[in-house]
Design a binder for this molecule. Sequence first.
Ligand SMILES: Cc1cc2nc3c(=O)[nH]c(=O)nc-3n(C[C@H](O)[C@H](O)[C@H](O)COP(=O)(O)OP(=O)(O)OC[C@H]3O[C@@H](n4cnc5c(N)ncnc54)[C@H](O)[C@@H]3O)c2cc1C
Length: 280
Amino acid sequence: MKFKKRADISELLTIKVKDAVCDLYFPEIIDDLVRFTTEFDDYRILSGGSNIIAGDVKKPVLYMGKAISTSDTDDVDEYLVKTFMPSWVSNAALLDYSIKNGLSGVEFLAGIPGNLGGALYGNAAPAGSSWDDVVGVIYVIQNGKVFPFIPKYSYRSLDNKPEGCFVIYGAELILTKDTSENVRARILEFLSKRIKIKGHSAGSLFKNPKDGKAGYMLDQCGMKGFSVGGAKLSDNHANIIINTGEGTFDDFCRLKDIAIERVREKFGVTLVPEVQFWYD
Ligand SMILES: Cc1cc2nc3c(=O)[nH]c(=O)nc-3n(C[C@H](O)[C@H](O)[C@H](O)COP(=O)(O)OP(=O)(O)OC[C@H]3O[C@@H](n4cnc5c(N)ncnc54)[C@H](O)[C@@H]3O)c2cc1C
């Protein structure tokens, strides 16, 4: 397996943190994943990099953004198919696949960057949608062993994930047979509801708290357009984090901490980051 010591991973993160570095491993075949998870038990996984703000990362990082296996589809019955989809597949490619084959179930992914592994890990979806409705089984690799489990999801969370570090290798998706035109129309409908984000971003900085919206709370604290160095909260939506060009890990951390403090003072609520901050 290829390996790069102290790799500059800025370009692998959609928010392009200027000083993001790590020891990066590039698996090429499944055996590489087995070997990596046997050798290391404390590591990180980087896939599409659309939900990560990283600094000087000390743990080894496994890059899951490159092709290492293929998909496979079987009929379940007259209405449904079972598709094994590897986790490196991008959301965009999965949507193309579903249009091309007239298979419905993942249209909600429209406009969400990243790959299937990251989406399965964080239950990436717009409000009102969830991976619960689509995933039959997730296949993971941990300590050199491959095993399946049936996922349980809640808001932005895979609730019953294995303890410790693990690699999502792929998933069995249960998709409904439909026409390409219907699937495409639903994708366009989801796309039409998306907020347009200008600049390099990692999406929403915070999860919505139980009773409220993080964007509203931040806005009420005057945080729309607030910046620290190159890290900025969008002028249009206070919970969208962007990089104005030269944002460093420290800029993003300081902005996050200030935002948490201001919302806590005004609303008595402690916001929890949706973006993963990689400190170590
Ligand atoms: C413009 C923009 C809009 C967005 N809109 C939305 C939205 O509407 N809804 C939403 O939920 N999210 C949204 N996001 C956030 C992000 O796109 C999603 O969370 C996405 O699913 C992350 O996937 P990724 O492949 O980029 O994962 P990464 O960012 O690479 O990783 C995210 C997490 O998943 C883990 N992970 C990734 N792959 C694997 C794997 N194979 N095995 C084990 N762990 C893994 C990583 O270790 C990390 O903890 C948005 C982001 C941007 C930039």
